[in-house]
Ligand binder design. Structure first.
Ligand SMILES: Cc1cc2nc3c(=O)[nH]c(=O)nc-3n(C[C@H](O)[C@H](O)[C@H](O)COP(=O)(O)O)c2cc1C
Length: 282
């Protein structure tokens, strides 16, 4: 079981000491062309989490490969590259470019589920199939829990060639200014993350593990040792910290120490064990 960051929630080049507390670093989603992202404000606090509408701000594929990736390699960590786009060929071209630097990349996470861009993407399975033909690197499909049957989407991307799943991305939400009643984010709605997302994420991990038995990176509201244990019990092989890192950048180091005595072999997928009916004494 390894502990990662959630994409977009840690800049390893700005905070290398924090990145070194991880078993692997997941980059911000990279798109073919550079993106400024959405207008500010693009982050707002909610009662039990946060909303963001960053809009995939990133340097674009060319600059990422020439400048960011070589500097990230100096961290000495396994690198997971988050790949985004607006059609299957966008994703596949970036996967092909990453294959040329094979040996430096641990896995590719396909961001199939960003709620903060307007462009409609091709279907998740179409994108995975296109990427499968473009690379032999491990492909993790990052899904949203917004689909009524996330297990069905997981089966489709597994069939299309995904090696693993990342679950879950944010869910679309809205936060209003208390006085003006205007949306807090310039874009209006944004992606909800943090503690309010945890039960949704646990359900998705549980359903997708049952549907596919693929390796899963579980994320959504993870901040404590208990949260990690819950994710693993539902079937996560890896667990990622996102929103928690904004308040507590060293959360992974702290939780890792707390987990030192835990046997993950005993816990893994234990939430799938058939529960026996309770027998009450008369
Ligand atoms: C500020 C912010 C930026 C994010 N950017 C990305 C991104 O670029 N790509 C992506 O796949 N997910 C992105 N996410 C979603 C996270 O990776 C994660 O799936 C989500 O926040 C749920 O985990 P959490 O509740 O632990 O934050 C972002 C989340 C936040 C809060």
């Amino acid at each position: 079981m390894s502990l990662l960051n959630a994409s977009g929630c840690l800049d390893a080049l700005v905070a290398p000491e924090v990145a070194k507390t991880l078993d692997g670093f997941v980059t911000k989603t990279i798109t073919p062309l550079p993106r400024e992202g959405n207008a500010p404000p693009r982050i707002a606090e909610t009662a039990h989490g946060m909303l963001n509408a960053i809009g995939l701000a990133n340097p674009g594929r060319e600059r990422f490969l020439a400048d960011h990736l070589p500097r990230m390699r100096e961290l000495g960590l396994p690198l997971w590259i988050s790949v985004g786009g607006f059609c299957a060929s966008d994703y596949a071209e970036t996967c092909a470019a990453l294959s040329d630097v094979q040996g430096e990349v641990e896995a590719i996470e396909l961001n199939l589920s960003c709620p903060n861009v307007d462009e409609a993407a091709d279907s998740a399975a179409e994108i995975v199939a296109a990427c499968r033909t473009a690379t032999s690197l491990p492909l993790f499909a990052k899904l949203s829990a917004a689909h009524p049957d996330v297990g069905e989407v997981a089966r489709a991307v597994a069939h299309a060639g995904a090696d693993g799943l990342s679950l879950v991305n944010t869910l679309r939400g809205l936060q209003l200014d208390r006085v003006t009643h205007a949306p807090m984010l310039a874009r209006g709605s944004g992606g909800l993350s943090g503690p309010s997302l945890k039960p949704v994420a646990l359900h998705a991990v549980h359903a997708c593990y049952a549907a596919t038995h693929l390796p899963i990176v579980g994320m959504g509201g993870v901040a404590s040792a208990q949260d990690v244990i819950d994710m693993v019990a539902c079937g996560a092989a890896h667990v990622a910290f996102g929103t928690a890192l904004f308040a507590d950048p060293y959360a992974v180091k702290r939780v890792r120490e707390e987990l030192a005595v835990v046997s993950f072999d005993d816990i893994f997928a234990s939430a799938h064990a058939v529960t026996k009916p309770r027998v009450f004494a008369a």
